[in-house]
Design a protein around this ligand. Structure first.
Ligand SMILES: [Fe+2]
Length: 479
C-alpha cells in the first residue's frame, strides 16, 4: 500500500506533467447529454418577479474601481423610476450610509426597458461584509456582499469561471453548481442571456428574465463581465443597429478606473490577481484604442503585488473544436507575443460550447515570410482554457478535430464551470466541473504554477549558486 506522502508526490507529478509538458492530449470519451437545451419557460419560478409595488429586480453587482474597494450596484424597476439610491452599512438592518447613482432606460424595437439604476458605492473597507438595501417601503429589498482583501502578493482568493450561460435547464444546473463552490467572484466569459435568439420585443423580455435568473448570485458577489457575440444584437430587420445596446445599458464595467476608453475592455485588480478583459468584437489591431490600452496596461502590471495575471476574452485563441475553429486567429496574431513576453498565467475564453485546455505553447516565431508554422512548447506561454459550456439553448459543440492537435491537452464536450483557487503567489488550484445530467462531477484539475514567481525563485537559486561558485574560485585563486 502506498503511503500518503508518496501518493501526494505521485499526484503532484501527474498534475505537473499534465500542465507543463507537451504530451499526447486527451479527448474525453464522455459526451454531455443534451439534457434539455431549451430555455426555461418565462412562467418558471427561476424568473419570478419579486413581490411588491415597483420592487427592484435583476439586482447585480460588479467591481467598481481598480483595486476592489468599490462596487457598482445595478437593478431594474418597472412602472415607476423610483430612486437610484443604495443604503448600506456593515451591520444587518443598520444602514449608516447612502450612495446616489443614475437611472437610464432604452428601447429595442417596440420593447421599452424598465428603469435601469446604476449606483457606484465606493470608499469601502477591504475584506468587509456590507449589507445593502434598495427600493422603497414594503417593496425594499436587502442583500449583502463581501469586499475582497486589499491587494497583495499572497492573498488567497477563489474565482469562478463561467461562459456562454444562457437561461436553459443546463444553465440553471451550472449556476447552482457554481454557487456550491464557495467561490467569491465570477469571471464571466461573454454571451450572457442569448436574448438575441429571440425576435422583436422578446429580445428585451429575455434580457429581463436572465437578470432575474442570475440574481441569486449576482446580487451577492461581483461578476466581472466580458462581452461575447450574442451581446452584439445587430438586427437591422427591426431597425436595431447600435451594437451591444442592451448589454451596455444593463451591465456597466469600471473601465475608467483602468484608463480604458470603452466599457468593452478594461482591467481590475482583485486580491492577488490582475485581470484584463478584452473585446473580440471591438477593433484591436495596431493603433486602435484597445491595442494602445492593452500595451499600456501590461506595463502597469505589478507582479510583486498581484502575481497572477489573468486575461479574459470571448473567442479562444487555441481551439481544436470544429465549432468556431480559427476564429481567434486574428487576435492571436496581434496579441500572443505580448502575452508570452509578459508571462500571462492563464487566458480564459468561452464561445465554443465545450471544454478544452491547452499545454503551454506559443506560435510567435511564425511570420508570413519565414519561421516555424506550428505552435511549439513554450514555458513562458499562458495556458489557454475554454469554458464556453455554461449551458445555453444552442447546445453543445460535440465535434472535435481529429487527430487532436499537439497543443490540446484535454477536451470534452460537456456543460460545466471552472474554479481557480489562488493559494499564494506561487500556487493555485484549478478545477473544471462537468454537469452530468444535473450532477456536479469534478473532471479536470491541476495545480497551476505562477509564471512569474517560480522563475524568480529559480533565477535567485541560480544566482546564489553562481555566486558561491565564484566565491570558491576567488578563494582558491588567493591561495
Ligand atoms: Fe459566442
Amino acid at each position: 500500500m502506498q503511503c500518503f506522502p508518496f501518493r501526494l508526490v505521485l499526484i503532484a507529478f501527474v498534475f505537473l506533467d499534465s500542465v507543463d509538458n507537451v504530451n499526447a492530449g486527451i479527448t474525453s470519451r464522455y459526451t454531455g447529454k443534451e439534457w434539455p437545451a431549451v430555455d426555461i419557460p418565462l412562467d418558471h419560478e427561476v424568473f419570478a418577479v419579486p413581490k411588491g409595488h415597483n420592487a427592484p429586480q435583476q439586482v447585480h453587482i460588479t467591481q467598481g474601481n481598480y483595486d476592489g474597494n468599490a462596487v457598482i450596484i445595478s437593478w431594474v424597476t418597472f412602472g415607476e423610476p423610483g430612486f437610484s439610491e443604495v443604503q448600506y452599512g456593515t451591520s444587518d438592518k443598520n444602514y449608516e450610509f447612502t450612495a446616489q447613482g443614475k437611472m437610464t432606460n432604452y428601447t429595442f424595437y417596440e420593447y421599452e426597458s424598465g428603469y435601469i439604476h446604476h449606483v457606484l458605492v465606493d470608499g469601502l473597507k477591504f475584506d468587509t461584509k456590507y449589507y445593502y438595501k434598495i427600493g422603497n417601503g414594503d417593496s425594499a429589498r436587502e442583500f449583502w456582499f463581501r469586499t475582497p482583501p486589499m491587494i497583495g502578493p499572497d492573498v488567497p482568493y477563489k474565482f469562478g469561471i463561467i461562459g456562454d450561460l444562457g437561461q436553459t435547464y443546463n444553465s440553471l444546473s451550472t449556476l447552482e453548481h457554481y454557487m456550491e463552490s464557495g467561490a467569491q467572484s465570477v469571471l464571466f466569459l461573454g454571451d450572457l442571456s442569448y436574448a438575441d435568439r429571440y425576435q422583436y420585443n422578446d429580445v428585451g423580455i429575455r434580457w429581463d428574465s436572465w437578470g432575474r435568473f442570475v440574481e441569486r448570485s449576482t446580487a451577492y458577489q461581483p461578476w466581472i463581465w466580458c462581452a461575447g457575440n450574442h451581446e452584439i444584437e445587430y438586427m437591422p430587420y427591426m431597425n436595431e443597429v447600435v451594437p451591444f445596446k442592451s448589454y451596455l445599458y444593463r451591465y456597466p464595467t469600471p473601465h475608467l478606473a483602468s484608463m480604458s476608453s470603452s466599457p468593452m475592455w478594461y482591467a481590475i485588480r482583485r486580491a492577488s490577481a490582475h485581470i484584463i478583459v478584452l473585446s473580440n468584437y471591438s477593433p484591436f489591431v495596431k493603433y486602435t484604442p484597445q491595442y494602445l490600452w492593452l500595451n499600456e496596461e501590461l506595463e502597469n502590471v505589478d507582479r510583486e503585488n498581484t502575481p497572477w495575471l489573468i486575461v479574459l476574452m470571448h473567442v479562444p485563441m487555441y481551439n481544436s473544436n470544429e465549432e468556431h475553429f480559427m476564429e481567434g486567429e486574428s487576435m492571436r496574431a496581434v496579441f500572443e507575443e505580448w502575452f508570452v513576453n509578459h508571462k500571462v498565467d492563464v487566458i480564459f475564453a468561452g464561445h465554443v460550447h465545450a471544454y478544452e485546455r491547452s499545454y503551454r505553447i506559443s506560435n510567435i516565431r511564425y511570420d508570413v515570410s519565414s519561421g516555424e508554422r506550428y505552435p511549439v512548447p513554450d514555458e513562458s506561454a499562458p495556458l489557454y482554457i475554454t469554458v464556453g459550456d455554461g449551458g445555453n439553448s444552442e447546445g453543445l459543440a460535440g465535434r472535435f478535430r481529429d487527430p487532436q492537435p499537439n497543443y490540446s491537452a484535454f477536451r470534452e464536450a460537456s456543460y460545466g464551470h471552472s474554479t481557480l483557487e489562488i493559494m499564494n503567489r506561487t500556487h493555485a488550484f484549478y478545477h473544471w466541473n462537468r454537469n452530468d445530467e444535473g450532477k456536479k462531477v469534478p473532471t479536470d484539475s491541476f495545480v497551476l504554477h505562477n509564471q512569474f514567481w517560480p522563475s524568480n525563485v529559480q533565477e535567485s537559486k541560480l544566482r546564489k549558486h553562481n555566486l558561491s561558485v565564484l566565491g570558491r574560485i576567488a578563494s582558491e585563486l588567493k591561495r
